[in-house]
Design a protein around this ligand. Structure first.
Ligand code: NAI
Length: 412
């Protein structure tokens, strides 16, 4: 699609080995791509961002401070992952730079691993396997159970929690769930009114809440004490949610019969690094290095989802799925009298009176507007005007002159 300037001059910088599907998507749309395997530290990042129009990162590259300030051409940031706290979202918004992520692309991967762990914990498979690796043949049914008719308690019934719910019921588990928000339970799942109620009823508790103030330390000694004797705990959510010392004590005492933990309060940043945890060496504990959402399918899907959102923003101005600016979904520009209209994208500070100033800018020159959209969220407003090609430059100049303007871009 034609844009304000030739696609070949638009540079996308993709860091941290973002999946090849993203490279293909950008190159397929005519962009220049810099693709590197590792993250970029401040100095290199500032260097790369100076000329970049799009940047794609995963969880390690910190887009904030000096590198972000140096990014004068940057139009949008893509986090090829779920989390966005590695980006200074407010600073980006204040510059009219939307940030996109992939909130659902690895949902299924986490749900599948969770279900597998439910079975593995109930059958004590990892413990049996470790014994075999150590040369021991422990053939016993003791402590090995079917999952059918056991109660799975899901804490956090969002995207992942509700997928786990559906898969678990199909294997014959009874599902109960607790969420602070109102939720529609899937299938025969039942919502309970409190965490305490869920803990008291569940044979397996699986956590699927985000890392927030309200979930920090949500499962500590008191909550573990409130669980059923011999129950199992699964945490594939965030490391801040569970007190691992309390969990370790409960497992060693036999209060709980097993745990599967994928996320830790302190996680190494490197790929192949030494690691210590209070849970090491305890039987029937499955430890994984924050890989619940890391599958080849998820990486491919994330690459498609985020590159799709970035390209849609580049080509149409649509901000659907942005986490820091108002979301506006837009079709491609239409035509007036056979001529393609020009689209003016205007990020501004959200204070009263901007819309009337925009309307003045249009009416002063009698510009022909075929479509107008305005959305605000927090401190940012986003106005999109489709205007007659002949009027676009004049309208843009006037909109640039509005005191609250953050950034204006024209698509033609
Ligand atoms: P989501 O936002 O769709 O669902 C989270 C749910 O938790 C929401 O329904 C929310 O209302 C609920 N919630 C929030 N605070 C709560 C509280 N105090 N008590 C009970 N419920 C509460 O998020 P999604 O996509 O289901 O992901 C859940 C978490 O899984 C993510 O926040 C992330 O931390 C983690 N995750 C871990 C991965 C891994 O590789 N281990 C990969 C992907 C996500």
């Amino acid at each position: 699609m034609q844009t304000s300037f030739p696609k070949g001059k638009i540079e996308a910088v993709l860091l941290e080995g973002v999946h090849q599907n993203a490279v293909d998507a950008f190159e397929g749309d005519g962009l220049r791509v810099h693709h590197q395997k590792g993250a970029a530290e401040d100095a290199q990042l500032a260097d790369l961002l100076r000329s970049a129009h799009m940047v794609g990162i995963r969880s390690k590259t910190q887009v904030r401070g000096a590198p972000l300030e140096s990014a004068e051409r940057l139009l949008a940031i893509g986090c090829f992952c779920i989390g966005t706290n590695q980006v200074d979202l407010d600073a980006a918004a204040a510059r009219g730079i939307p940030v996109f992520n992939a909130p659902f692309s690895n949902t299924r991967s986490v749900a599948e691993l969770t279900i597998a762990e439910v079975v593995m914990l109930q059958r004590r498979v990892f413990e049996r396997s470790s014994q075999m690796h150590a040369g021991r043949w422990v053939k016993s049914a003791s402590g090995s159970r079917e999952v059918r008719s056991k109660t799975l308690g899901i804490v956090g019934y969002g995207h992942i929690g509700s997928q786990v719910s559906v898969l678990a019921e199909s294997m014959g588990l009874r599902v109960i769930a607790f969420d602070t928000a109102a939720k529609l339970p899937m299938g025969n799942a039942r919502l309970v009114g409190s965490l305490a109620e869920l803990l008291a009823e569940s044979d397996i508790v699986s956590l699927h809440v985000p890392a927030t103030d309200s979930t920090r330390g949500m499962i500590g000694a008191a909550q573990i004490a409130a669980m059923k004797p011999g129950a199992c705990l699964i945490n594939n959510a965030r490391g801040s949610v569970v007190d691992l010392d309390a969990l370790s004590a409960a497992l060693r005492e036999g209060k709980l019969s097993g745990a599967a933990i994928d996320v830790f309060p302190r996680e190494p940043s490197g790929r192949d690094t030494d690691f210590e945890t209070a849970l090491a060496g305890i039987g029937n504990v499955i430890l994984t290095p924050h890989v619940a959402g890391s599958t080849e399918e998820a990486q491919a899907a994330i690459a498609e989802e985020v590159s799709g959102k970035l390209l849609k923003f580049l080509n149409t101005g649509a901000t659907g799925g942005a986490v820091n600016v108002p979301e506006v979904d837009l079709p491609e520009q239409g035509t007036i009298g056979g001529e393609r209209v020009h689209r003016i994208l205007h990020f501004h500070r959200n204070v009263p009176g901007v819309l009337s100033q925009i309307n003045n800018a249009v009416s002063e020159i009698g510009a022909n507007v075929s479509s107008q959209t305005l959305r605000t969220a927090g401190e940012i407003g986003y106005a999109v005007l489709d205007v007659n090609a002949g009027d676009a430059e004049d309208v843009r100049r006037r909109m640039d002159g509005i005191g609250e303007t953050i950034r204006t871009r024209v698509l033609w």
